[in-house]
Design a protein around this ligand. Sequence first.
Ligand code: FAD
Ligand code: SIN
Length: 525
Amino acid sequence: MTRKFDFLVIGSGIAGISYALKAAQYGKVALLCKTTLSESNTSFAQGGIASVTYEPDSFEKHIEDTLISGDGHCNLEAVEKVIYGAPAQIEELLNWGVNFDKDEKGLFDLHREGGHSEHRILHHKDNTGYEIQESLIRQVKAHPEIEVFEHYFAIEILTQHHLGQIVTHHTPNIECYGAYVLNQQSNNIHTFLSKVTLLATGGIGSVYSTTTNPEIATGDGIAMTHRARGIIKDMEFVQFHPTALYHPGERPTFLISEAIRGYGAVLRTQDGKEFMHKYDERGSLAPRDITARAIDNEMKMRGHDFVYLDVTKKDAEETKMHFPNIYKKCLELGIDITKDYIPVSPCQHYLCGGIVVDMNARSSINRLYAAGECSCTGLHGANRLASNSLIEAIVYADAAVKDAIKIIDKLTINDSIPAWNDEGTSLPEEMVLITQSFREVEQIMSTYVGIVRSNLRLVRALNRLEILYRETEHLFEKSVVSREICELRNVISVAYLIIKQALLRKESRGLHFTVDYPERMRNEL
Ligand code: FAD
Ligand code: SIN
């Protein structure tokens, strides 16, 4: 079946939905997600969304904090775009019905997190993402111009390659005409044709064995763009959140928001000693890369699996009011955070790199835009500042709409794309081949491509991955397409890009730390 739209949006987190709501004023929109509208990294966001709101905060301070956190690798233009553009997008969220907490004077109650010099995080208790996601879903459901496709899995973006042309990284003017999409209920593959396409497919957590991301985070947009010969960058900068709840076996790993350290919690080793000042003068409020590495080091030195986060010195009622979900979750596990220390350890959380986009969210492929976690705007540099992700996603989604509407009337839908060809394929005989390979990718990445890296470990990871790559491509060619085999291909591509780009960086910077090149070498911004 072929479907035609002006705007094809792949992904229904904050980037995809906010784009769809705005684009729908200018044409027909298809909004796709691979499970339900509610399941996204956005729904999981806890701490909040950063935006300069009141004095003594200032745009200059937020810019400086972002640049410091990014460890000399940010694109200043992108940083300024997001930070100056943030208040207008917060206004949009408020207009769409998002509730941010206020104090007794009716002013926004602003939190502070690691790396921020001021209180500037707007939040809804400790489940800001859920509040945003559900408010945006209400708007989408009421919108007549947006057709929602739940359980539709995008397999490939369509380019000249699907018209029989050879497309390489050197082909000028690669164009995107839409996507092949698997309807997971009927198992049919539909051709979605569009004038422009937005990739808003989110994160890559499922490449690692422990992550705060839901399992849908398999880096599909990045892998699809890579296969279509688009440019992918900064993949070595994988962010590990310092304080995920230590509760082995639970997936995704529950996050203990950084806002709790902004509120006054401190990190302690298992013998109760504070240790962060040994690593950074900002102590427990140092940026994430430094904090995660410090915890990793303390755990390795002592042979411990976790450290403690201590919020017991704060007023118990206030703690419960600010962090009701964290309080409830921990209590279910027998930890009363107002009296007990919380066991935490770092785990995969975010990817700073991704599909390279310009100031208008255009990727290197014509008619293909990207926004949100799958994109690489240059805002985060080598290490994302806490709560800068949701705001980046909405600012760049807005830029993508503004750019697309300038060209949309001049574009036509390409009707020559053939239907998906599944001749000669059959159902995979053994599903276990896919699930086992998936587990192997996670293990390879967690063992060899974690917080501290070395050439030896990266090369070993690459060699192991190459075997999985060959086996999986072979399986893919002869199998009927399923979401599982596509996701496996995608995590292998993402893992490959992380390792390859990590090997190319002959220095330690931000989230990329290697024992072979422990110093920061190049002078970047
Ligand atoms: P997502 O919200 O992840 O949405 C991705 C969408 O793409 C989903 O709808 C999915 O179904 C769809 N999709 C993916 N692949 C396909 C495919 N092949 N076909 C069809 N659909 C597809 N950031 C902050 O700024 N502040 C915070 O406080 C914060 N806290 C966080 C806490 C947690 C536990 C986590 C995991 C992240 C947190 N982040 C936070 C990061 C932030 O939530 C994400 O970076 C952001 O929400 C990403 O939004 P997105 O729109 O890019 O993608
Ligand atoms: C958190 O609440 O610690 C997560 C914030 C973020 O990832 O930006």
